[in-house]
Each structure stands twice: as structure tokens, then as C-alpha cells.
Write a protein that binds this ligand. Structure first.
Ligand code: ZN
Ligand code: FE
Length: 241
């Protein structure tokens, strides 16, 4: 079984430390800052087998080469983005499997935020490493992809087990909550959840990982039934305050 631990880095990013409880095998997802990531690896036993990258943006990959060098870990990333990611030891695409100790992740191609964005899903542990595709109460900006691609990516997440833990790339939940309540004012579950988020952030507590069940009930982007609705929400959010 895989356990995921948040590693706060940069302004509001999270890297995720993954540890196979049976074997001690360890991976880090999107290590964009060296010192806090090294500290997290050391406090988990000082072993690093793999570095998993979701997409090519600097706030997800910046520490990769330094951390690879320090631990000799294998770097995994999307074939489609191999030309703009750090040097990859394994190139993966839709349906690829990535094994960490006794558990195996399935790779999903989830374009929308960027063209080559991928997501790693560990059914064993229910861990979804979705980078900047799905955020708690939001989704990534459509920097390269379009609303159709994002809608398809989010629709695939929506079919995963509701207990799945959403381990995304940013602590954007509080500002996402403000827009979500504005966009879906009649959603009582969202009101309750947003109030909880406000309380957590006021106490300087993280809101992630979130549970997919809560996202399905509260996240307007995940709840958008069609591409046009998602496109409209996304452009309104881009211009919100
Ligand atoms: Zn990004
Ligand atoms: Fe990012």
C-alpha cells in the first residue's frame, strides 16, 4: 500500500512523497525545490527510488536533476514532453504502469493545463497525483489545452472510487472556494466545505489531500456536465477578481 505525504514547497506548491509501506520504496512527485524535499526524504529514511513528473512547468520540475544526482533515483515523465522535461529514465504514456515497491500506478494522459500533462493513479492506497489538472474546488488554467480536453480529463477522474485522495500540485483551495461559491451559490455541500476550508486556512492548515467524493459534491469544474459549461466556468474564473 502506498502512503502519500505532502511536502510544501515554493509559494503554494506541493511535492508528494510516496512510500510503499511493505518495501520502503520511496518516490517524490514534482520536486521543484531541493531543500524541503531532501528534508522530507531524509526524515522518511533517506531512500529515494523514483522521481515522478506530472508536467514540464518549472514549479514542478526545478529540483529534479539535483535530487536525482543526490539519490540516484530514476526519473519518470511523459513521452510527449520528453523534449522539455529533465532527462527521463523512463518515458510513459496512457496506460503505462509505474511500479513502486509492491504497488503499481497507472498513467493517465490528462491534457488541458498543458498538452503533455500526465496523472499517476495508485489504486492501492487510492492516491491520485494529478498535478495541475484537478485542484481542490478548481482545475488548472487552460494554458495549452482546450476546454474539451480538460473536460475529458476531469470526467475520467470522476469515475475513480470516491475515497480516492486528490494529491494535486497547489494549495489554491481557498481562492478556488470563493469562486466556486460564487459560481454555484445553491450548493449546500459546497457552502459547508468552503467554510471548513476557510477555517483550515485561517489556522494555517493544509486542505490537501482532499477526497474525490467531496470534489464530486463541491467542485464546479468536476461537476460541469458538458464542455460548454466547463469552458464558461474556466473563462469566468480566469477573470474573477
Ligand atoms: Zn503547471
Ligand atoms: Fe503548477
Amino acid at each position: 500500500m502506498i502512503k502519500a505525504t505532502r511536502v510544501p514547497i515554493l509559494q503554494d506548491n506541493y511535492a508528494w512523497l510516496l512510500r510503499c509501506e511493505e518495501t520502503g520504496a520511496t518516490a517524490i512527485v514534482d520536486p521543484a525545490e531541493v531543500d524541503p524535499v531532501v528534508a522530507a526524504i531524509e526524515s522518511a529514511g533517506g531512500r529515494l527510488d523514483m522521481i515522478l513528473l506530472t508536467h514540464h512547468h518549472g514549479d514542478h520540475i526545478a529540483g529534479t536533476d539535483a535530487i536525482r544526482e543526490r539519490y540516484g533515483a530514476r526519473v519518470v515523465g511523459a513521452t510527449a514532453d520528453a523534449h522539455r522535461l529533465p532527462k527521463l529514465d523512463a518515458q510513459v504514456s496512457e496506460g503505462s504502469e509505474v511500479t513502486l515497491g509492491a504497488s503499481t500506478a497507472r498513467v493517465m494522459e490528462t491534457p488541458g493545463h498543458t498538452r503533455g500533462h500526465i496523472t499517476y493513479y495508485f489504486p492501492d492506497g487510492g492516491i491520485l497525483l494529478c498535478g495541475d489538472t484537478l485542484f481542490s474546488l478548481g482545475c488548472g488554467r487552460l494554458l495549452e489545452g482546450n476546454a474539451e480536453e480538460m473536460h475529458k480529463s476531469l470526467s475520467r477522474f470522476a469515475t475513480l472510487p470516491p475515497e480516492t485522495l486528490v494529491c494535486c500540485g497547489h494549495e489554491y483551495t481557498e481562492s478556488n472556494a470563493r469562486f466556486a461559491v460564487h459560481a454555484d451559490p445553491a450548493n449546500a455541500a459546497l457552502q459547508t466545505y468552503a467554510a471548513e476550508v476557510t477555517k483550515l486556512r485561517a489556522a494555517n492548515q493544509p486542505t490537501l489531500p482532499s477526497r474525490l467524493a467531496d470534489e464530486l459534491a463541491c467542485n464546479p469544474f468536476l461537476r460541469a456536465n458538458d464542455v460548454a459549461t466547463l469552458a464558461d466556468l474556466r473563462s469566468r474564473k480566469d477573470n474573477y477578481r
